[in-house]
Design a protein around this ligand. Structure first.
Ligand code: SAM
Length: 203
């Protein structure tokens, strides 16, 4: 077995043992240990939330006084009391109002682990993932508090620089994260951005 497969298996096993719906949960745990963006009482918006691993981690960390709202085209079923799942496409304009109602205000943190159904044709998968990520930046502009944090996945490739430029245009601080639960050979990176900038001409 190759090292990457062994690592993936390890995190899959750990997720099962600890009751998480996905091994992705450990990527969020690791990033949060470093940047501490998930805090008690926080309002969290999770874009691309199915099957629910990140929602479970967020739910534990924000506790009963916080709230976690997840959006995905696939349904998410969790029994935690402080979570709300919205089954919707993030490109649907109605998502903004739905999320605002569910969150009860702007989010302290926006998470985005959005990924298209991969075809295996990297250029196509990457460009689709970039479009999803750009939409999550757009939703942050509308739904995230000025001093909030934005943690998101980005597929590396031709259009990645376009997204990094958008992060820098939108946020005062942009940091790259490569969680150990992410396969070393996979071309995905995570970014933690915080404190939104005012962009001239855009409300
Ligand atoms: C890697 S999974 C997320 C895993 C999740 N973070 C967890 O811990 O369980 C990516 C998700 O993005 C969702 N997704 C892709 N395109 C979407 C869209 N246009 N609107 C909403 N969700 C989308 C997929 O349905 C998929 O569930």
């Amino acid at each position: 077995m190759r090292l990457n497969e062994a690592r993936r298996d390890l995190y899959r096993r750990l997720a099962k043992e600890q009751g998480y719906k996905s091994r992705a949960a450990f990527k969020l745990i690791e990033a949060n240990e470093r940047y501490r963006f998930l805090r008690e009482g926080g309002r969290v918006l999770d874009l691309g939330s199915a099957p629910g691993g990140w929602m479970q981690v967020s739910s534990e960390l924000v506790g009963p006084t916080g709230i976690v709202v997840g959006v995905d085209i696939s349904p998410v079923r969790l029994k935690e009391k402080n979570v709300v799942s919205i089954k919707m496409d993030i490109n649907d304009p109605a998502v903004v109002t739905k999320v605002q109602e569910a969150l009860g205000g702007k989010a302290d943190v926006v998470l985005s682990d959005l990924s298209p159904t991969v075809t295996g044709v990297w250029e196509l998968d990457q460009t689709r993932q970039v479009d999803l990520t750009l939409r999550s930046v757009e939703l942050s502009r509308l739904l995230l508090k000025e001093k909030g944090g934005f943690f998101c996945k980005l597929f590396e490739g031709e259009r990645a620089q376009e997204v990094r430029d958008e992060f820098r245009r939108r946020f005062k601080s942009v940091r790259v994260v490569k969680p150990s639960a992410s396969r070393t050979a996979s071309s995905e990176l995570y970014y933690f951005c915080e404190v939104m900038k005012e962009v001239a001409g855009i409300p």
